[in-house]
Design a protein around this ligand. Sequence first.
Ligand SMILES: Cc1ncc(COP(=O)(O)O)c(C=O)c1O
Length: 438
Amino acid sequence: MGNLAITGEKPVRRKPFSAWPIYTRDEARGLEKVLASRNWGGYPFPNKIADAFANRFARYHGAKYGLAVTSGTVAIEIALKAADIRPGDEVIVPAYTWEGTVGPVLMLNAVPVFVDVDPDTYCLDARLIEKALTPKTRALLPVHLAMRFADMDEIMRIARERNLVVIEDCAHAHGGKWRGKGAGGTGDLGCFSFQSSKLMTSGEGGAMITSNLEYYERAQSFMNCGRASATDQFRHRLIGFNYRITEFQAALLEAQLRRLPQQAKIRRANMNYFEKRLGGTPGLGFLKRDPRQTRVAAYQYVFKYSPEAFGGVPRAAFLGALEMEGIPCDGQFYEPVYKSALFPVDPNEWPALSWSRPEPLDLRGRYRCPVSERAAYEESVWLPHHLFLGSRKDVDDIADAVLKVCGNISELRGLRHPAIEHKSMSRADRPRVEKRQY
Ligand SMILES: Cc1ncc(COP(=O)(O)O)c(C=O)c1O
């Protein structure tokens, strides 16, 4: 028997952390009001609460117009459509992100072009964009990930020089700011997710924001079955779909937006404290802070574990041990999309991957993005945001557990345990072990 919970000792923590999502009478009142109104749907569009929420949400992020839609993935599809991304157009995406950033590009029969991320931020590395541009490039799609922003100054400079559209994926960045401007407000369009784990949630949902009336009108038509937009100044006519949210979802989101600033403050203070506690620990690394990111949005706290500094003990063993100490955590939160089992692209199924090429573009075989691969498979540690919504004592428990595992790492050498096995699995395989046996 050793010192760690995974080898039979007492865990640092048995108590659960703050629950997520959080709701109060505010959500309940909003839901009851919608129920009693009998106006439950998104139709007729724009419906009252969804429209008011979407516009408030847009203004909160420094944009003029907002649309509330069924998911973050759909928000990206709508943004691409609003920007008139056409079959065969190329869209630059970071390799390290959720598949939902990239799938919509394919859905419009456009071509995603993967670029590696910056090791300091885990966000799209703006220094690598120019090398990836071709005459077919039409859009840049940075993702603000891991409490950080992609370098929006450089991204906007490149975009303006080459007449490219910038779509910010802000699924992790509700309330964050770059140079005083809200996430999604610097680029031409911004996309958010309200899926259940996100910083604001209605179970499922998403939003697209923009200050460009023409984009807003096209997006409105696309998400509302092709109907004319409310202003219809540009008279675009296009095939659209039903991507409207219900008034119930909008009522939940109204309440969540009111609570967001207060929660963000607590998370930020707790995360700063956590970083102070762990700072200087050999073998652990931290993402860089950029003063241009004037407000941090922390969806997950992300840091680096260096297996080399711990005698080659792999990250899965570190994570398995940490989880057994009572701290929920993840490593393969994301994979480079081109390697992910959740992205089984057959080039023959996506015609644009063959157009004017000697042979179909094999997205899965073509790319090698070393920073993304190291982040995904070796070093990144992801702690869910709700762990940081509680007290200082919660944060002390997390830090104590991390330090305890680091201090007893030799106990993990060669150890086999279901928790370690779980942590080394790809996300595509995980549902099979949803009910954990450890
Ligand atoms: C970075 C990123 N982009 C896009 C999405 C897609 O959002 P949704 O799950 O609401 O479709 C997510 C959600 O997990 C995400 O994390």
